[in-house]
Design a protein around this ligand. Structure first.
Ligand SMILES: Cc1cc2nc3c(=O)[nH]c(=O)nc-3n(C[C@H](O)[C@H](O)[C@H](O)COP(=O)(O)O)c2cc1C
Length: 196
């Protein structure tokens, strides 16, 4: 199979990482791949904030987990179940007892991707950029996990330390590292194409 297609099929969201640092040169290659993504009106609205301090990553994770739990108290039962299920993702249940980091899964690198709050296409552009990063990572022998819960970091007490301007919003974080698990494929739906 063609290498790009292979990467598309073999990429998995990985939630367990080896305690191995990722060389900076590789992170640079990933960011360059992200920058190659298409964007509405070629605005390239993304900005990357790269965190690789294990203590900070763990601290933010713990605080985000507490915030999500608190959030559960203010939503309807239906929403609470939905949020809980997505937070304690089925695959993370396996790691639940062995790790106390349920947001960033002790990944060595977390890349926060932002776009301007005023950019109506920001989320879509960042999504494309993120997928480029994840496929490039796979090509380099690295693993990744997109983490939407990273958005709650804005509510943590040390959020200011990331120096993310108020005009920007975090769309997604991408965890990067050398995977220490081989997650099974989640079956894909196939009844979603309507030929016209
Ligand atoms: C926008 C977005 C947000 C996500 N947020 C999280 C998250 O907060 N935590 C998590 O463990 N996985 C998260 N995921 C990963 C999905 O759960 C995962 O991609 C999906 O289950 C399909 O599995 P696969 O990536 O291994 O094919 C997110 C994925 C996307 C695209």
């Amino acid at each position: 199979m063609n290498e790009i297609l292979k990467n598309i099929y073999n990429r998995r969201a990985v939630r367990k990482y080896k305690h191995m640092t990722v060389p900076n040169e590789l992170i640079e290659i990933l960011l360059d791949a992200g920058r190659m993504a298409p964007s509405a009106m070629n605005r390239q609205p993304w900005k990357f904030y790269i965190l690789s301090d294990a203590t900070k990553i763990k601290r933010y994770s713990k605080e985000i987990a507490e915030i999500v739990v608190k959030e559960l108290k203010h939503v309807s039962m239906k929403e609470a179940v939905k949020l809980t299920l997505s937070f304690f993702h089925l695959s993370t249940m396996v790691n639940f007892l062995t790790s106390d980091d349920h947001v960033f899964y002790e990944a060595p690198v977390v890349i926060f991707i932002t776009s301007p709050k005023a950019d109506e296409w920001g989320a879509l552009d960042v999504g494309m950029c993120a997928q480029n990063i994840m496929l490039a990572a796979k090509a380099l022998g690295l693993d990744t996990c997109p983490v939407g819960f990273a958005r709650f970091i804005t509510q943590t007490k040390d959020f200011y330390a990331l120096n993310i301007p108020a005009e920007e919003e975090i769309q997604l974080a991408i965890l990067v590292g050398y995977g220490d698990e081989e997650p099974k494929l989640h079956e894909r739906l196939e009844d979603n194409a309507i030929y016209l």
